[in-house]
Design a protein around this ligand. Structure first.
Ligand SMILES: [Ca+2]
Length: 351
């Protein structure tokens, strides 16, 4: 019996030792938080000192140049936000393992803070739960939300008169809208689909499905792409012809990400986004984002407009600032809120 025990013990020891020999604990070694314009130097290490034969590195799924298990990344090539770094490590006798890691890139600038000076105001339907606002060829276009009350309208800015209107089916909760190439593109919130209408007739022509974006919130365009928010800190760029999501940026300032991005507008090359917010003290905030890299360059505190509305109107907590329209011909910037009785034309004042 003793001999059998000895044999078993020896066998177990041999198994354990040989398994130790082939054990690897690979890690990708990089800082986890950096600022834009920093250089990221990364390497692959094995925590128990094993060696590997070859490593390939990938950033967001694309292979990057590397040498002897090390790589260098220029953060400017990726913009701000979380970047996924993975490595394919080849080791032992024909073995390989894929490992994942992430690096968060923060903005390297502090956003400029603005307030809004009221230049003018126009009537706005207090029943309109505003989800999209756009100025096009002399008219205001607005989409509204809530099931059973979701509409898209063409409006006379000065009088507030509705010139044309289409109602969404009662199963849909309407969200953002934008106009491009004589079509109106409109989103729904959680139905994962959008609709396309003819700008002239308001006839629905087509519907399209969302891709990886979570929900439908705000919508605008840059002349060739639709730009969509989904309630997170991500902004998606869609091919206008196919409505396919091609890429996204992540809104980050110097202290982290800014999520709950809602109604959108392109204003002189910058992307303005309402932040859906109900916390005190700031209930009315617009974020100015660089559409090329996601950097939050400015914050517009429009709390004073909400207070202006409260002087003449009782509004609920969900009646938040949401609606930005820009008249490119005259550089006029219009903003409103859900169920607000006024649309304001404002000028930004640096604080
Ligand atoms: Ca807009």
């Amino acid at each position: 019996m003793k001999i059998i025990h000895k044999i078993l013990f020896t066998l177990l020891t041999v198994i354990l030792l040989s398994s130790c020999e082939t054990a690897y604990r690979f890690v990708i070694d990089t800082p986890t938080k950096v600022n834009l314009e920093d250089e990221i130097n990364g390497s692959i290490n094995d925590e128990i000192g094993q060696t590997f034969k070859k490593v390939l590195f990938f950033v967001n799924g694309k292979e990057v140049a590397s040498k002897n298990g090390t790589f260098t990344l220029d953060t400017n090539d990726h913009g701000v936000g979380k970047q996924i770094i993975s490595a394919m490590v080849y080791f032992g006798e024909g073995k390989s393992k894929r490992i994942n890691h992430s690096v968060e890139i923060f903005s390297n600038i502090e956003p400029t803070v603005y307030t809004g000076k009221i230049i003018n105001f126009y009537p706005h339907d207090p029943k309109a739960f505003t989800q999209g606002l756009e100025y096009h060829n002399g008219f205001l276009y607005e989409s509204t939300g809530k099931k059973g009350q979701s509409t898209i309208s063409k409006i006379n800015l000065k009088t507030g008169e509705v010139l044309k209107r289409v109602q969404l089916e009662h199963t849909y909760f309407g969200e953002g809208m934008t106009i491009l190439n004589d079509k109106i593109y409109a989103l729904t919130w959680q139905a994962k689909k959008g609709f396309i209408y003819d700008l002239e007739t308001f006839n629905q022509e087509k519907e399209f499905a969302y891709g990886r974006s979570k929900e439908g919130w705000g919508l605008t365009n840059n002349g060739s792409e639709l730009i969509k928010s989904d309630g997170s800190h991500k902004i998606w760029f869609l091919d206008a012809k196919t409505q396919k999501e091609k890429r996204f940026i992540q809104a980050y300032y110097d202290k982290g990400k800014i999520d709950k991005l809602n109604e959108l507008e392109m204003v002189n090359g910058k992307l303005y986004a309402n932040r859906w917010i109900t916390e005190k003290p700031i209930r009315s905030l617009i974020v100015i984002i660089n559409p090329n890299n996601g950097v939050v360059e400015g914050l517009i505190n429009l709390q004073s407009l909400r207070e202006e509305i409260l002087k003449s109107q009782k509004i609920g907590n969900d009646a938040v600032l949401n609606g930005i329209a820009f008249d490119t011909d005259t550089n006029r910037l219009f903003v409103t809120g859900k169920n607000w009785g006024k649309i304001f034309e404002i000028e930004l004042i640096k604080q």
